[in-house]
Design a protein around this ligand. Structure first.
Ligand code: ADP
Length: 463
């Protein structure tokens, strides 16, 4: 148990470690791909700007430059007329918004960039953002600061660029910063692009790796589960074998010790002269030898069955007659204390059966029904025809079988873990025999039972 838990713990720990390592690797790769993506598009955009500049002699802001030039001359004039601070601020805000709006609306750069990206086989669906950093309206003698990003940042040299970079670097890619200037205004702004499909594009690129990694985790988990289940199964079988050897020793010892005691009894002077005592002891020795012989034969037979295919000697048998014989001889033998109700009326139904093995099979069920009962055993035997098969049912009013044990009782050497294992003697082979014999006849056996209420074994044999 301890060993099994250690193995389970080790297995789960290694799976967790493996998964964590994979997650770390995937995160690293994802980050790298993300950076590569940004780099690819930054470089692509830089190239595009260079290309646009050289080929078309524009930076993509010619239209907006014209619009702003006209507007700023007028705005400057109006601004200088306002004396009230509140109104002045209001006007500055208005000017800033106009600049912002025009820059976003009238620029041609985005379209040119998209075309260039398409030409280069890059993704062309992006969102652009223009962020104004500084805007001043100027005349010959005055400078009106409309907007200053720098003014809003802490006045510590060196930190400004860094902070600005942190602000925008998350998912946007900075294509370039621009400066525009004419007689009436001075403007500095950044142009960013952003890909809403970026995660999807990166996912597509890393799909193969992700798939492999998930696949390898799944494979390891499956291998572990299979190995662990095998281990448990082996452990269970080895426990069963140990139990079997213990039970077997116990079973063999009982007749042997009786024979030993009987032998000693025969040597006693008062017995040697008593003919009746000698006969009684000899009969006992004979009975125990038969029992011993039966036990040994059973073991030999089991090992023979394991090695070779089960061979039946099938005969066309009257099923009802055979059942009568079995029940009668059982009642006069080991089952004398049991009430057996014959609930079959097979109307001379004949089936291809091996009468010897069939008898062993039914006998095993009957003797279990007697063995595993605490009160006086009442056993019902049913037999009826069902489409292409004959169904036999042996029900008892015994101790019943738990759900967990029901799964294993037909396994070789399996014995239910009843409190006192030697209270009910056995080797865990009876039901294994029943199953093997039923299967050899092309049929099967099943159980339904409730602890404390009794059990019903059903055998289904085609005819
Ligand atoms: P054995 O009787 O030698 O232990 P079997 O293969 O005949 O081996 O039965 C396997 C186990 O199934 C038994 O140990 C017992 O716990 C349970 N069992 C079998 N038949 C009955 C029954 N009629 N009622 C209750 N338990 C049963």
């Amino acid at each position: 148990m301890k060993k099994r838990n250690t193995i389970l713990l080790l297995g789960i720990t290694s799976i967790i470690i493996l998964t964590s390592v994979q997650v770390l690797i995937i995160r690293g790769i994802w980050k790298q791909k993300n950076e590569m993506f940004s780099l690819k598009y930054t470089m692509g955009a830089q190239e595009a700007l260079y290309f646009i500049n050289r080929r078309m002699s524009t930076d993509g802001f010619d239209t907006v430059r014209f619009v702003l030039s006209k507007y700023s001359e007028q705005a400057n004039r109006e601004l200088r007329m306002i004396k009230d601070t509140a109104l002045l601020n209001q006007k500055k805000k208005e000017i800033f918004e106009f600049f912002s709006y025009s820059l976003n609306k009238e620029q041609d750069l985005s379209e040119m960039l998209a075309k260039y990206f398409e030409l280069r086989g890059l993704e062309k669906k992006f969102i652009y953002t223009i962020v104004i950093n500084d805007l001043d309206l100027i005349t010959d003698d005055t400078v009106s600061i409309i907007h200053s990003a720098r003014a809003k940042l802490p006045a510590r040299p060196g930190i400004i660029e860094k902070m600005a970079a942190v602000d925008y670097a998350k998912s946007r890619i900075l294509v370039n910063w621009f400066q525009m200037e004419d007689n009436y205004y001075r403007l500095r702004f950044d142009y960013f692009i952003d890909f809403s499909d970026k995660q999807k594009l990166i996912l597509r690129e890393s799909a193969a790796f992700l798939g492999m990694s998930i696949f390898s985790i799944v494979v390891v988990v499956i291998i572990f589960i299979i190995a662990y289940r095998n281990l448990i199964e082996e452990k269970r079988l080895s426990n069963l074998k140990t139990d079997f050897i213990n039970n077997m020793t116990h079973e063999l010892k009982t007749p042997l010790s009786t024979i030993t005691v009987a032998g000693k009894t025969l040597e006693m002077p008062q017995v040697i002269t008593n003919e009746e005592k000698i006969l009684e002891t000899a009969r006992m020795i004979g009975k125990q030898s038969v029992h011993l012989n039966q036990l040994i034969n059973m073991i030999l037979e089991i090992s023979m069955w394991e090695r070779s295919q089960f061979e039946l000697d099938k005969k066309n048998t009257d099923v009802g007659d055979l059942l009568n014989d079995i029940v009668d001889s059982f009642s006069s033998g080991g089952g004398s204390n049991a009430t057996i109700n014959k609930k079959y009326d097979l109307n001379g139904l004949k089936a291809e059966l091996d009468p010897v093995y069939f008898t062993t099979m039914v006998n095993n069920l009957l003797s279990n029904a007697v063995k595993y009962s605490v009160n006086e055993p009442v056993i019902d035997i049913e037999g009826f025809r069902n489409e292409n098969s004959v169904i036999f049912r042996v029900s008892d009013n015994g101790i019943g079988i738990s759900k967990t044990d029901q799964k294993h009782i037909f396994d070789k050497f399996y014995r239910a873990q009843t409190g006192n294992i030697h209270k009910f003697k056995g080797l865990g082979l009876g039901l294994y025999y029943v199953k093997r014999i039923a299967e050899a006849h092309g049929g099967n056996v099943s159980v339904s039972s409730k602890p404390g209420k009794g059990s019903t074994f059903t055998i289904d044999i085609p005819y």
